[in-house]
Design a protein around this ligand. Structure first.
Ligand code: EPU
Length: 337
């Protein structure tokens, strides 16, 4: 257990706030020990994975537990399918690479997403036509009230777009310990629906892509427009893409004829990046914070010295101007602490 440490290395925004206590746990026993201490001291708890989806706005006067449970295991179901279980502390991209090295398919479109495996179910991470709910089987969690290990199956996780039970009624109640995915061992289903993947495969002159090719294409796309958090602090998409009623979308189309939208029944999902760009925010910097010049949806710690409060205030200005111009209220995707 460390005292009064800076959390700058533990969040991808690179925000410098301090934690009163900090403990890295590598086993369930260590986690239980840290939780016991928490109970006796009556401290607030902050669980950290890869720190890639949070914005720390103030010093944390409690105990930060960094989950570093490691290990990956495989369980062959039949010649076509395999169950792969990863402990929560494995780095997501390294886990995807582990699966690709064994030619296990299903996660390749999710290459290079920052963060750890343990936090992937929380917001049902997704990119380029795939979400983890497509291959997720179950996860083991520690119930913070009973300190018992429970299993959550797919249905219990109640996944939605960037949503799960862990962000709603289960918020703050569970620690995800490991996650199991069902992947293909052969006859992979190759997902190239997302336009950017198709054009990248053309650039690479690949006509019949393997899962490894898809991963390469996704890595190229991400590297070409998303800032590397190791170089410029960021937390990926800062806002969710809003879903609005079809009637509202049709009204907006009368005024903004180029507005993009992805229809889904009676609703339309509108790219927040477009809305933000139309309000003049793309590439704009105020103080230490900016909207990324290649992807307006990503807010960056432009100088490396931004405070969480500054980033939060910048995001509020964006929300206000999108609301004023389009009547759409953007919702933050990152967790604000
Ligand atoms: N767009 C703009 N200007 C911008 C950015 C986007 O006009 O500055 C418009 C364009 O019309 C573009 C459309 O938005 O065609 C979609 O852009 P993009 O393909 O970059 O995807 P996104 O909707 O902005 C989502 C996810 C990303 C994920 C990509 C690819 C959310 C909140 N974000 O972004 O996820 O990588 O799709 O699937 O759903 C993340 O969650 O951190 C993340 C990076």
């Amino acid at each position: 257990m460390q005292e009064n440490i800076s959390l700058k290395p533990y969040n991808t925004f690179g925000v410098d706030v301090s934690a009163r206590y900090f403990a890295e746990v590598k086993t369930l026993e260590e986690l239980l020990g840290a939780l016991q201490y928490l109970k006796t001291q009556k401290l607030p708890l902050l669980l950290l994975g890869g720190g890639s989806n949070l914005l720390l706005t103030k010093d944390f006067d409690g105990l930060v537990i960094q989950l570093n449970l490691k290990g990956i295991s495989e369980d062959v179901i039949n010649e076509n399918e395999v169950l792969v279980t990863s402990k929560a502390g494995e780095n997501w991209h390294e886990f995807v690479q582990f699966c690709l090295d064994r030619n296990y398919g299903g996660l390749e479109n999710l290459s290079l997403i920052p963060g750890n495996v343990g936090t992937s179910p929380m917001q049902n991470i997704g990119a380029y036509g795939t979400e983890i709910k497509d291959t997720f089987v179950s996860c083991k969690v520690l119930n913070l009230e009973t300190l018992q290990v429970e299993e959550f199956d797919h249905q219990k996780c109640n996944f939605g777009y960037r949503e799960s039970i862990f962000k709603r009624e289960g918020k703050g109640k569970y620690v995800i310990l490991d996650v199991t995915f069902k992947l293909t061992a052969k006859n992979h289903s190759i997902k190239t629906d997302y336009g950017a993947i198709q054009s990248e495969l053309q650039n690479l002159r690949i006509a019949n892509p393997t899962i490894q090719d898809i991963s390469k294409a996704v890595i190229n796309i991400r590297q070409s427009k998303l800032p590397d958090p190791k170089i410029i602090g960021n937390a990926g998409s800062f806002f969710k893409n809003p879903t609005i009623p079809l009637s509202q979308f049709e009204n907006l189309k009368l005024k903004f004829e180029n507005i993009p939208g992805y229809p889904n029944g009676e609703f339309v999902k509108v790219p927040a990046g477009w809305l933000i760009e139309q309000c003049g925010w793309k590439g704009k910097q105020i103080g230490n914070v900016a909207s990324h010049k290649l992807q307006a949806l990503v807010l960056i710690n432009a100088t490396g010295n931004a405070s969480g409060k500054e980033i939060f205030d910048f995001s509020t200005m964006i929300i206000d101007s999108v609301k004023e111009k389009f009547g759409i209220e953007l919702e933050r995707e990152v967790n604000i602490i």
